[in-house]
Design a protein around this ligand. Structure first.
Ligand SMILES: Cc1cc2nc3c(=O)[nH]c(=O)nc-3n(C[C@H](O)[C@H](O)[C@H](O)COP(=O)(O)OP(=O)(O)OC[C@H]3O[C@@H](n4cnc5c(N)ncnc54)[C@H](O)[C@@H]3O)c2cc1C
Ligand SMILES: *[C@@H]1O[C@H](CO)[C@@H](O)[C@H](O)[C@H]1NC(C)=O
Ligand SMILES: *[C@@H]1O[C@H](CO)[C@@H](O)[C@H](O)[C@H]1NC(C)=O
Ligand SMILES: *[C@@H]1O[C@H](CO)[C@@H](O)[C@H](O)[C@H]1NC(C)=O
Ligand SMILES: *[C@@H]1O[C@H](CO)[C@@H](O)[C@H](O)[C@H]1NC(C)=O
Ligand SMILES: *[C@@H]1O[C@H](CO)[C@@H](O)[C@H](O)[C@H]1NC(C)=O
Ligand SMILES: *[C@@H]1O[C@H](CO)[C@@H](O)[C@H](O)[C@H]1NC(C)=O
Ligand SMILES: *[C@@H]1O[C@H](CO)[C@@H](O)[C@H](O)[C@H]1NC(C)=O
Ligand SMILES: *[C@@H]1O[C@H](CO)[C@@H](O)[C@H](O)[C@H]1NC(C)=O
Ligand SMILES: *[C@@H]1O[C@H](CO)[C@@H](O)[C@H](O)[C@H]1NC(C)=O
Ligand SMILES: *[C@@H]1O[C@H](CO)[C@@H](O)[C@H](O)[C@H]1NC(C)=O
Ligand SMILES: *[C@@H]1O[C@H](CO)[C@@H](O)[C@H](O)[C@H]1NC(C)=O
Ligand SMILES: *[C@@H]1O[C@H](CO)[C@@H](O)[C@H](O)[C@H]1NC(C)=O
Length: 632
């Protein structure tokens, strides 16, 4: 394993910290600490620990008394919140409110209610499902569960520094919540203090920016910005920045930190390829700039080395590009004993053709996946789904996203694919492509709400597409998963280092760089209401099938931001040969293990103890007994 694939391990230059925005000028000074030693800075070279087997929680030894929390709140100028889960209004108690509960049940999911809530996470189960909205609370209860106990509504760097210092000095679990999109509970944590970065929404366009060898368009961006907000800035400034697919996903929190795939992945690279400099509060409480020249270890780790592990990012300068138009084409067909094409899946373009011959159906699917090579080589991506419809019938749908082409060029590019499908007997038409509705701020950030998704993912190497034998065995593994009842969601992409461009040297999973497709394999079982045993056996069955895909893609990996929390050997899978180097940076920058989230760099030494035994965040975070160090 290489351990020096980053430029300077001991980057000691912390310099006079520059800022991107006024909110970053409000900082904690050593002189502000005064007699409130709980908010004193840490020293990572001689770290002191609030020692115990577990991080302390409410009611435990070491948990601050009320007057200490008040003192903390004063030093934060009142930014400390103690929010209940939003659905508490559905349960008996002082906060019960039938109108508000009905609003949650009927209307909140089409608004920004959940996105603006300080504790909601968008996948319920990792929190512990401890307070779900219900019209009939008889027999269930609402507890804080895996939601944090306190939230710092951060609007200055000083707020974040105080939260970091207090949590570290007191041995309290710290989490970071931006939008709450993380699928496995990384923005939740029982008994924790949460730093809520949602309101860090500053933006400034820089039409002519220079940094190192970079000269061109750029933008200063606050870490609380969501994709849809950036689409609006793109329109205003007639330029393009690279953003996530989901319109309320945060662009500069977990997305950039974990890699960040996008419609433009084969055109301008991943999210992690975009930063030119990063402003971050580190585990010792200090605020630093990480770029090509200073804190280069952090600059490396924060671009792909995993969410929430090395510091709390407050803003970045990212690359911007000339405005690009994305052209979209769609294909949909179903297979099996159907008299007409199947009705559309939610949110998907409908099927326009049906083929009774299932061998022909799968042949059509294989031909599409194979053609993905041509699409990514022309700067495009696809977002495709193969879904079992029951009674041995199946649906295949995809959008094809082609940045920088005219509709006519896109149509001509795709014609050979349509010819092949038509020849097999799949009567789909190469209709004139349109301007992509997926690239733009259509929904203005409304409509995301909590759900329950358990799934696994895989990165498919391009090499598997270059050899007929391996291609057929890869497709066979995919087909087996769909025939077993799972929905397969593939995304063709080509985020090579060359496409990612300057400044390069990121810590992104190397498997992304050689991939032709990233895919999610969704469990079809809704786990709400199941017993822990049922949830475990459901997961075991999914694993059996996903292992077929893993076996067809040996040595590749999976995407940390869209993952099975129980991914086997996550260190190799999420970071390959970069893991050992990242772990060193983590240990040097955060000897306290202040920033901890499941299945991220350096997480091995700790575990959340849950009553059910399920891998949720609903329990104390404790050291793994007798754990020494990760050794592959
Ligand atoms: C509907 C939906 C659509 C999605 N679409 C895409 C997509 O198109 N492409 C893609 O790659 N992924 C996608 N994802 C996955 C997405 O990348 C992850 O959920 C990601 O973690 C979201 O980051 P966040 O900051 O918005 O969310 P949060 O859940 O708030 O945070 C996620 C993680 O990032 C850490 N973090 C957040 N902010 C900071 C910060 N300022 N500093 C340091 N750490 C921070 C948190 O500690 C946490 O570990 C999607 C997810 C959903 C639910
Ligand atoms: C805390 O633990 C560390 C490492 O185990 C040890 O070196 C240190 O002395 C302990 N500190 C206290 C105050 O107990
Ligand atoms: C913190 O102080 C503000 C302003 O005084 C107050 O509104 C808020 O309720 C306090 N937070 C907590 C957790 O007590
Ligand atoms: C939900 O929205 C509908 C349509 O706007 C409205 O009639 C209804 O009163 C709303 N219900 C609640 C509980 O807010
Ligand atoms: C509410 O749920 C309880 C327990 O499941 C059940 O006994 C009761 O009939 C339900 N009430 C209504 C009005 O549905
Ligand atoms: C958090 O801070 C923002 C910005 O000051 C404010 O608008 C918002 O109301 C606060 N949220 C809560 C829940 O206090
Ligand atoms: C927007 O940018 C594009 C690409 O650089 C350019 O062709 C176009 O003229 C610009 N439009 C406006 C209104 O400036
Ligand atoms: C196809 O479906 C029709 C109508 O549902 C049914 O009558 C027929 O037996 C089916 N054929 C096969 C081969 O399953
Ligand atoms: C495809 O095109 C043919 C010929 O123009 C037309 O008859 C058919 O209805 C079209 N099919 C679909 C699904 O649009
Ligand atoms: C079914 O499709 C396969 C693959 O395209 C083809 O070889 C076969 O001839 C078709 N069978 C029928 C009965 O159409
Ligand atoms: C499967 O076919 C049976 C008999 O035609 C029908 O009753 C049932 O609804 C079908 N199931 C699905 C999932 O389409
Ligand atoms: C294709 O892959 C198979 C199975 O790994 C291998 O035996 C074969 O030599 C490969 N073919 C080529 C042309 O590389
Ligand atoms: C940890 O080490 C202690 C002392 O060597 C031993 O008694 C104990 O069984 C170990 N615990 C585990 C879980 O291995």
């Amino acid at each position: 394993m290489r351990s020096t694939n980053f430029p300077t391990l001991f980057a000691l230059i912390t310099g006079a910290s520059c800022v991107n925005f006024p909110f970053e000028s409000t900082q904690l000074q050593d002189s502000d600490v005064g007699s409130f030693s709980a908010i004193a800075f840490g020293d990572k070279t001689t770290p002191t620990f609030a020692n115990s087997t577990c991080k302390t929680g409410p009611g435990n030894v070491g948990w601050p008394l009320d007057d200490e929390w008040s003192k903390l709140n004063s030093s934060l100028n009142g930014a400390l919140l103690k929010p209940a889960p939003p659905a508490i209004v559905c349960y008996p108690g002082p906060l019960q409110n039938t109108n508000q509960c009905n609003y949650l049940l009927q209307n909140a999911s089409s608004t920004r209610f959940y996105i603006n809530d300080p504790v909601t996470v968008l996948t319920d189960w990792p929190e512990g499902n401890t307070c779900l909205p219900t019209a009939n609370s008889t027999g269930s209860s609402c507890t804080q569960g895996g939601f944090p106990t306190y939230v710092v509504n951060a609007t200055t760097v000083r707020h974040i520094q105080i939260a970091v210092n207090f949590a570290r000095n007191k041995g309290i679990r710290l989490i970071i919540k931006n939008t709450g999109h993380d699928f496995v509970g990384r923005s939740a944590g029982a008994g924790s203090i949460s730093v809520w970065t949602h309101y860090l929404k500053s933006f400034e366009y820089l039409p002519d920016f220079t940094a190192g060898e970079y000269r061109g368009r750029a933008a200063r961006v606050g870490s609380g910005l969501e994709a849809w907000e950036l689409y609006n800035y793109m329109d205003i400034n007639n330029m393009t920045v690279v953003v996530p697919g989901g319109s309320t996903v945060g662009a500069y929190g977990g997305w950039t930190a974990g890699g960040g795939h996008t419609i433009l992945a084969s055109y301008h690279g991943l999210g992690a390829d975009q930063p030119l400099s990063i402003q971050v509060v580190t585990a010792d409480g200090r605020f630093v700039t990480a770029d090509m020249y200073q804190n280069t270890d952090l600059f490396y780790a924060l671009r792909g080395g995993g969410p929430g592990s090395y510091g709390i990012v407050t803003s970045m300068i990212v690359k911007a590009y000339p405005a690009v138009e994305v052209i979209q084409s769609v294909i949909g067909f179903s297979g099996g004993n159907l008299t007409k094409p199947a009705p559309p899946l939610p949110g998907q373009p409908g099927d326009t053709a049906n083929i009774q011959n299932l061998t022909g159906f799968w042949n059509g699917v294989y031909q599409f996946y194979l053609f993905g090579k041509t699409i990514v080589d022309n700067g495009g991506t696809t977002y495709n789904y193969i879904a079992p419809l029951g009674n041995n019938t199946y649906s295949f749908t995809t959008t094809i996203q082609l940045p920088g082409l005219t509709p006519q060029q896109a149509q001509a590019l795709l014609q050979p694919l349509f010819d092949t499908l038509n020849k097999i007997g799949i009567a789909v038409n190469n209709s004139e492509p349109i301007v992509s509705p997926a690239w733009g701020a259509a929904q203005q950030g409304e409509g995301d709400s909590p759900g329950e998704q358990r799934f696994a993912t895989r990165l498919f190497p391009r090499a598997n597409w270059e050899n007929t034998t391996t291609f057929l065995s890869t497709m066979g593994a995919i087909q087996s998963n769909v025939e077993a009842g799972y929905i397969f969601h593939g995304i063709h992409l080509k985020p090579t280092e060359a496409i990612g461009g300057y400044p390069g040297n990121t810590s992104v999973n190397p498997a992304f760089r050689t991939a032709i497709m990233h895919a999610d394999i969704f469990d079809y079982v809704s786990i709400t209401g199941l017993t822990p045993e049922q949830i475990t056996s459901t997961h075991t069955r999914l694993e059996t099938y996903v292992n077929l895909i893993r076996a067809a893609t040996p040595g590749s990996g999976a995407y940390v931001n869209e993952c099975d929390l129980q991914e086997p050997n996550f260190q190799q899978s999420f970071w390959g040969d970069k893991y050992a180097g990242l772990l060193k940076i983590k240990q040097q920058r955060d000897p306290w293990d202040l920033f901890w989230s499941p299945a991220t760099v350096g997480s091995e030494g700790w575990e959340v103890k849950t009553v059910t035994g399920l891998p949720t965040q609903n329990g104390p975070l404790c050291r793994v007994p007798n754990y020494t160090t990760y050794n592959g």
